[in-house]
Design a protein around this ligand. Structure first.
Ligand SMILES: *Cc1c(COP(=O)(O)O)cnc(C)c1O
Length: 295
């Protein structure tokens, strides 16, 4: 089977008083529309990994994530779509939620493991699937050179050039891909990376590990709102306002922090008048459903 999705990721302009006043042209690339389950950057990260699995004649994807992991869900969706079996190791006690329900619905077998055992993923893989010749290891979040390559392709799709591209980072692989895509096309675009975790400087190390000659990027480490999966009333009210104003759904774990940063920097006159800015909407709708009680 040919492992390919038709990419539907249009660029939409965001209009409001703030951007008018600052003379900014702000757009978002709707990777969230690529597919409802294999959403956003997760498809880009998985594409070449699935092709590698296929090349090695392995039909069983084995991967790892937390109970709200968009990566687990995307792997389940991609496995179903392209005829693989899938197993997900889930960190922590057995629970059920919308994300895991959707994983199961797509046929993923879930194995819950305590936090201690979860740390050594290769060991878990060997223990459970060491004798399964079909099993193909995919690291947590899909982080890999294949993921960087897939995410870099986002830049090929752009029909305009931008002064700034913004993206949220959990592992930094998506940002690394975008940075390498910008370099490949020799664009004069600065990539702004928003770590959604506390102490996000490690994302910079990760970017350099994946793309050793990375330049022209900027980390914004002060927009984590308390850490991964954490939120504040300020972030929640921003998200409500954004969705009501634009009709574009964002959520507190990744894209809420991304757009908050962009709006905050615009308000603080960080940009030059006339700048063209593109924010990558990396999807993550199911993360929102996991946080309904915060709204
Ligand atoms: C996983 C994810 C990210 C972060 O991607 P990394 O490559 O891990 O940095 C950003 N946004 C959404 C919606 C995600 O699900």
């Amino acid at each position: 089977m040919n492992i390919e999705l038709e990419i539907f990721s249009p660029v939409h302009q965001l209009n409001n008083k703030l951007f008018d006043e600052r003379d900014l042209l702000v757009y978002t690339k709707r990777d969230d529309l690529i597919q409802p389950i294999i959403s956003g950057n997760k498809w880009r990260k998985l594409k070449y990994l699935l092709r590698e699995a296929q090349r090695q004649h392995k039909n069983h994807l084995v991967t790892f994530g937390g109970a709200f992991s968009n990566h687990l869900l995307a792997t389940a969706g991609a496995a179903a779509r392209f005829g693989f079996k899938a197993t997900g190791f889930v960190r922590g006690d057995e629970v059920n939620n919308d994300t895991l329900f959707m994983c199961r619905l797509h046929g993923m077998n879930l194995i819950f493991v305590d936090r201690e055992s979860y740390r050594d993923k290769q060991h878990l893989f060997n223990r459970y699937f060491g004798s399964d010749e079909q099993a193909f290891f995919i690291d947590e979040g899909g982080t890999s050179p294949e993921a960087v390559k897939g995410c870099g392709e986002l830049i090929n799709e752009l029909t305009e050039t931008y002064d700034h591209i913004f993206c949220a980072a959990g592992t930094g692989a998506t940002a690394a891909g975008i940075i390498s895509g910008i370099a490949l096309h020799k664009l004069n675009t600065k990539c702004h990376v928003i770590p959604v975790l506390k102490n996000g400087d490690f994302i910079g190390d990760e970017i350099i590990r994946l793309v050793p000659d990375a330049t022209n990027y900027q980390l914004h480490t002060d927009y984590h709102f308390g850490g991964y999966g954490k939120t504040t009333d300020q972030l929640i009210s921003f998200i409500k306002q954004f969705v009501a104003d634009t009709g574009i759904i964002i959520e507190p774990v990744y894209t809420g922090k991304l757009f908050y940063t962009l709006y905050d920097l615009a308000a603080k006159s960080y940009f030059n008048p006339g700048d063209k800015i593109l924010a990558i909407h990396t999807g993550g709708l199911f993360g929102l459903l996991g946080m309904k009680d915060k709204f």
